[in-house]
Design a protein around this ligand. Sequence first.
Ligand SMILES: Cc1ncc(COP(=O)(O)O)c(C=O)c1O
Length: 361
Amino acid sequence: MQISNLKHGGNVFANAKRLNLLPSEIIDASASLVPFDPPQILIDSLNEEIKNLGFRYYPERNLSDIREIIGKFHGIDPDNVLPGNGASELITWAGYEASKFGISCLPSPCFVDYERSLNCWKSNFTHCELPKNWNNIFPQSFPLQPKGDVIWITNPHNPTGQLWSKNSLEACIKKYKLVICDEAFLSITPNGDKESLIPLTKEYDNLLVLRSLTKIFNIPGLRLGYVIGSSIKLKQWEIIRDPWPLNSFAIKAGIDLLSNKQFYKEWTGKIHSWINIERKRVFEKLSKIETLKVHNSSTNFFLIESNKSLSPNIKYLEKKGILLRECTSFRFLDEKWVRISLQSRKNNNLLCKEIQNSFKK
Ligand SMILES: Cc1ncc(COP(=O)(O)O)c(C=O)c1O
């Protein structure tokens, strides 16, 4: 078993306590969320669940209503859909599936949770290094086909922000015994959904696609995600997973949020224009810092690289209540790298100003 430092971003409550601040006083650029208030549909949905005392009952074991809505949303048979307690729970089960086939390849640096999942099943894996430079034209061709049985793909990739082309990923599906494609950030990424592998799940039984509602609706505390893939595989997971992995609030919210396609289109449109505008502004501001290289990204987070350690800058920003994602826990990155997520216009101005100040010290 390989044990790495499996740190995540987004520890607002613990950091607020440590820094003696209120969570609301923190600008959390370490977790890649969307800076909008939750949609009214979500608030109404949760209020209705309280009013109807829906939580007084065990959720239906088969999760048939939410499966049907997700299936309809993607044009997929509900038997090929399995909702979970966030994509993270389903990453655990994807690891279980991977453990049946042999060695997993993790194109790295990558989301640290894949390692947790594979360790959980004592499954072998190797980290395969992704190139450290890429251009600003997205989607890009997936650059690796390392030796192994299973490949874990993240589209767009975390932490680099690269969007991979569907065509180049289809070549991987043909090569590996199992392909796990994590599309947690795809729907918030401008032009992202065109690269989704979900339609290919109808053709390939060795493909599992993971989705999360965390990022798009800013609901990390509700825990809601789903996987799409072979109904035979998903049935096997169901036999051994917890009997009620989703609570009634998450189920109700998922049904209401995904039932209304027009709302979804408008909501994602708002997110895409925020990303397009703010990414350009933040890139231009940070690119003025001579010792920094700002890496291209298709989405709402990106990497910066310096010629020396960025730890003093991270500490300086922390004192101002601004959290960045340090990168030492990512394989093949070190303290010269930091991941930053986009904020509201006002907070991006503050973030950039304080990053600039941190270099003047
Ligand atoms: C690539 C990726 N996949 C999955 C997740 C987890 O999503 P969820 O909140 O749905 O568990 C994250 C969270 O940061 C992520 O970065």
